[in-house]
Ligand binder design. Structure first.
Ligand SMILES: [Zn+2]
Length: 383
């Protein structure tokens, strides 16, 4: 048997008044996921273990069967791996956002979804400025900062403090002094940088500084193939997810045109998955767009993103006769504009049927597959 999982990042939500108290998942036209519910079965999944932040890194690790309690060291080291940056045992890697801070308030955790090439120019200007620190441009606002001989630091995800003063959320602990120095430096270097002058002139948000967070040492996962006896691959536009895949020894399937945003090439993702499953036993398709829409608090974009995920599901259902599962990693409710730790609904074709007739948060609660823990999900799927 072969298996495909389609994961819509942050897809789960809460009832929204403007949608007639439906959730975006209930409101969106999702004929393919609903068909899966009718022909298959639904359940609920706990994806965020107690004591962990509701992040995509934690949730996706757990869904792939790697208990965060045992393997998680931070988001930074996973992203470093995905960028092909080798970490020495004494290195601490931080995710390093480009952000917009206005009047000491976090105005935008993504610097207006700054482009990768603009980010590259900014980091090229910043790089030589800080001894003992290596910066590396990644995709859009998602970049990397490595402290050699680092000791870690308490940091705050910038998407959790949008609209709030940054003062109380600056890095604390062992690497804090160095990180604060880097942040100060970036303010100075970025202030009059041509990239920002051009962005401001075009009415776009400038990247006023860097924001390092979620640092850690290199993690040690047992290989996916050894753990499950299956060859696995992953499709994602997000460095973090590819880093998790690389840590697990999965094939990283690169899809041209996959951006992580609403304009990502959805059809290509589905095509590449169908192609990869010919040679692999398991393909994990991660789609970032619903999460981005949730962070923006955009009902319209979130509904659209979910409908696009449904199109991917449709292509998979039509082109593949193995077991298919669809789920989010965590909710990113429009109301909260950030992740919550509520259990998420999942739907599976090929593991029996139940009485559910649509795929939604509410319907899945009465699903025949019940409530499960994410770390057991693939064991269940493969059983
Ligand atoms: Zn998110």
């Amino acid at each position: 048997m072969k298996y495909i999982v389609v994961l819509g990042d942050g897809m789960a939500d809460e009832p929204v008044a403007k949608l007639g108290n439906k959730t975006p998942l209930e409101y969106a036209k999702t004929p393919n996921m609903d068909r899966m519910a009718r022909e298959g079965a639904c359940g609920m999944l706990h994806t965020i273990p107690y004591g962990f932040e509701a992040g995509s890194d934690i949730a996706n690790m757990a869904v792939l069967g790697y208990a965060p309690e045992n393997y998680y060291t931070g988001r930074g080291p996973l992203e470093a791996l995905s960028m092909g940056v080798e970490l020495a045992p004494e290195d601490v890697a931080y995710r390093c956002n480009l952000v917009t801070v206005e009047q000491e308030t976090m105005a935008d955790f993504s610097a207006g979804h700054i482009s990768s090439s603009e980010g590259k120019d900014l980091f090229a200007a910043l790089g030589p400025e800080i001894p003992g620190v290596m910066v590396r441009a990644g995709v859009s606002y998602r970049n990397l900062l490595v402290v050699s001989g680092g000791n870690g630091s308490t940091t705050t995800p910038p998407h959790d403090i949008v609209g709030q003063g940054i003062g109380p959320y600056l890095p604390k602990g062992k690497d804090a002094e160095l990180l604060l120095q880097c942040m100060e430096k970036s303010r100075a270097v970025f202030a009059d940088h041509p990239v920002n002058q051009a962005r401001s002139a075009a009415g776009k948000r400038p990247a006023t500084q860097i924001w390092p967070w979620s640092g850690g040492h290199k993690p040690a996962f047992p290989p996916f193939e050894k753990k499950y006896g299956m060859k696995g691959g992953i499709i994602s536009a997000v460095d973090l997810l590819n880093g998790i895949g690389r840590c697990a020894g999965m094939e990283i399937i690169t899809v041209p045109g996959a951006t992580g945003y609403l304009d990502t090439d959805y059809a290509a993702k589905a095509r590449y998955a169908l192609d990869a499953i010919q040679r692999l036993d398991f393909v994990y398709i991660h789609i970032e767009a619903p999460d981005e829409a949730g962070h923006l608090g955009s009902i319209e974009e979130k509904v659209k993103a979910i409908e696009k995920v449904d199109e991917v599901v449709g292509t998979i259902l039509d082109g593949f006769d193995g077991v298919v599962a669809v789920l989010p990693d965590h909710p990113t409710p429009i109301r909260a504009k950030t992740h919550t730790r509520d259990p998420v609904p999942f739907v599976v074709r090929g593991k029996g049927t139940d009485t559910t007739t649509e795929y939604s948060e509410k319907a899945a609660r009465s699903g025949g597959l019940g409530m499960k823990n994410a770390v057991d999900f693939l064991d269940f799927l493969f059983s």
